[in-house]
Design a protein around this ligand. Structure first.
Ligand code: ZN
Length: 364
């Protein structure tokens, strides 16, 4: 169905653009130049996300659309990076990441639309969403207003693993800071008048369940800082904590437990705490038999790709769209070694992904 040469050309052309947030506009321009001529109606929000509506054709004009989404930024700047095609894959030149995360998805989505348009076959309407700033904290999707979206389900190719993967769940996550406030005193002359914030922090940590808490949950104290001098009872200490869980219940419970441990330690040692949530991410979980999962499976079957189900432990635009009430499934891209300078994208996987995107649009 798809045109592999055109797909590779689109992929290479957007890879060559350094689109670290907030510099995605030139990528959006290339996409717009490809999509507008086939009738995709584009609009941009104030955050520079691009939403496209492609009206259906023939007998399928009144079918319900689905939305395909990918992010146009990369994890670090790719200034001057010249992608290299070697041994059936696209590689970075070694100076930075390649940016197949998520430009392989972006190119595949565009090719799916172009291929269907070119073959002039009746197709249901479809929507595309290209976001900004995903890799620096889902900035675009978090700010995106879903009310203009007509689709009732969305698919985002942005997960590890060979093409065919369907991520049923992504974690609830939280990063928070707690500051313990004690009281300073001379540590040699009057330690009994001091209240050690470091002692509070260590007592709190000692009471916490850290690491791999269970098969769905992790918890980590990422940084700790505090104290002023060796001979001063430390009046201040702070912890930065991160948790992820594929279960909302377990997430809520570990989040409450973290705060309880901190509060109890401060109470016991005569101090107080200040709690500052830095970032929370809403997770999602779909049943293996739910309609959106079925839809993904049937598209993969139509594209001749074996589907497999898994969960992801990373966050993505999928978390944000689900949190906004648009049921969204994240599927695998086939990219390799992402977020490293060895990142590559096998070309046959790129082609398969575009076939899957086309099948997602056509399948109803
Ligand atoms: Zn990504």
């Amino acid at each position: 169905m798809i045109n592999p040469d055109r797909l590779l050309e689109t992929f290479l052309s957007i890879l060559r653009i350094n689109s670290y947030y907030p510099q995605e506009d030139p990528v959006m321009e290339i996409l717009a130049n490809l999509l507008e001529p086939v009738g995709v109606e584009l609009s941009y929000d104030e955050h520079r996300n691009m939403l496209g509506y492609w009206p259906g054709s023939g007998t399928l004009v009144n079918e319900e659309p689905i939305l395909l989404c990918g992010h146009t930024d990369t994890v670090i700047p790719t200034e001057g990076m010249d992608p290299i095609v070697r041994d059936g894959a696209v590689h970075s030149d070694g100076s930075s990441v390649l940016g197949a995360d998520d430009k392989a998805a972006v190119a595949a989505i565009v090719e799916a639309v172009l291929a269907i348009a070119e073959q002039d076959i009746a197709h249901p309407p479809a929507e595309v969403l290209f976001t900004v700033g995903e890799d620096v904290g889902h900035i675009g999707s978090r700010a995106f207003d879903v009310s203009p979206v007509r689709s009732k389900m969305a698919f985002i190719p942005d997960a590890d693993g060979p093409v065919g993967g369907i991520m049923l769940a992504a974690p609830w996550a939280e990063t928070s800071r707690v500051v313990f406030h004690g009281r300073a005193a001379h540590a040699g002359m009057e330690p009994e008048n001091g209240r050690s914030a470091i002692a509070m922090a260590s007592r709190a940590i000692g009471a916490m369940n850290l690491g791999r808490v269970d098969d769905e949950t992790t918890s980590n104290i990422g940084t700790i800082a505090g104290g002023e001098a060796a001979n001063v009872v430390p009046p201040r200490a702070e912890l930065v904590w991160n948790t992820r869980s594929l279960s909302r219940k377990k997430y809520e419970s570990i989040s409450n437990n973290f705060l309880d441990c901190c509060q109890q330690a401060a109470d016991a040692l005569g101090g107080r705490i200040e709690f500052e949530p830095i970032r929370t991410i809403q997770g999602f979980r779909f049943e293996p038999e739910s309609p959106i999962v079925r839809r993904a499976e049937s598209a993969m079957k139509a594209a001749g790709v074996d589907s497999w189900q898994s969960v992801t432990c990373g966050g993505s635009d999928g978390n944000e769209l689900n949190a906004k009430g648009l049921p969204t499934i994240v599927i695998s891209v086939g990219y390799l070694d992402i977020h490293t300078n060895e990142e590559s994208m096998p070309i046959d996987e790129l082609n398969r992904l575009a076939e899957v995107c086309a099948a997602l649009i056509l399948d109803k």
